[in-house]
Design a protein around this ligand. Structure first.
Ligand code: ADP
Ligand code: ADP
Length: 225
């Protein structure tokens, strides 16, 4: 579980091709970044893996089965966005619990999983706060807990640190990397920041005009001619 296979996937918006016959195989437990300038198709690729967009052509498999036609919640993936979109009227715990409660998870299990997820991001002691009482970095941790609470095999992250200042961003990079290693789940990380991609990833896919221009290990990618 946790593998992703993208097979000649194309997505167009009107005349414009956002993703162009893109193929990519991601290994279970890998930390891979999609890196490239604004408009090169990173977010569209991520949204198709997540199930928020449907490809016009091609196939996407997660953990060995095609997910085309499956809604996001049945794909064994979860997503963290730059704008954390927490519910402002709910506590931290309620925000994290929300998705489990929608699926009628037993109360005791919700409590245990919410605890576990908040522990992972070191936010347990903030369980009863409202999002407005938290800093931007703390809110992003809650968003991360909310994405991890149903123990997905794949976590998709779309510029999750983009709203944070530089120092916090560097702290969170390290933490995310440690968290990924500890959980052993697959991370697909979208960024336009080369340094960020280099510091966190096992592999980097450099995108341009809806295609992958270069794909290599993070420690060799810029050493090539
Ligand atoms: P990136 O994440 O690399 O910045 P995107 O995947 O967001 O790139 O966008 C790729 C291309 O698709 C861009 O040209 C963008 O304008 C276009 N695009 C993305 N989403 C939409 C949409 N919902 N409607 C129309 N065009 C879109
Ligand atoms: P409610 O009043 O609807 O129970 P809570 O904010 O107390 O709202 O809790 C929402 C969910 O999160 C509940 O399922 C609860 O079990 C869980 N929860 C609340 N506080 C904690 C906490 N400190 N640690 C772990 N889980 C919690």
């Amino acid at each position: 579980t946790g593998s992703i296979r993208i097979d000649r996937v194309t997505k167009k918006y009107g005349e414009a091709t956002a993703v162009d016959a893109l193929s990519l195989t991601i290994e279970p437990g890998e930390f891979i970044s999609l890196l490239g300038p604004s408009g090169c198709g990173k977010t569209t690729t991520l949204r198709m893996i997540a199930g928020f967009e449907q490809p016009d052509a091609g196939d996407i498999s997660i953990s060995g089965r095609s997910v085309l036609g499956l809604p996001p919640y049945r794909r064994d993936v979860n997503t963290v966005f730059q704008a954390y979109a927490l519910f402002p009227h709910m506590s931290v715990a309620e925000n994290v619990a929300y998705g489990l409660q929608q699926r009628r998870t037993p109360k005791a299990e919700v409590r245990e999983r919410v605890s576990e997820a908040l522990e992972l991001v070191q936010m347990r002691r903030f369980a009863d706060r409202k999002p407005t009482q938290l800093s931007g970095g703390q809110q992003q941790r809650v968003a991360l807990a909310r994405a991890l609470v149903n123990r997905p095999s794949v976590l998709l992250l779309d510029e999750p640190l983009g709203a944070l200042d530089r120092q916090l961003r560097e702290e969170m990079q390290l933490e995310l990397k440690l968290l990924q290693a500890r959980l052993g789940i697959t991370f697909v990380f979208v960024t336009h920041d080369q340094g960020e991609a280099l510091s966190m990833s096992d592999r980097i896919a450099i995108m341009r005009d809806g295609r992958i221009e270069q794909l290599a290990d993070a420690d060799t990618i810029y050493a090539r001619p």
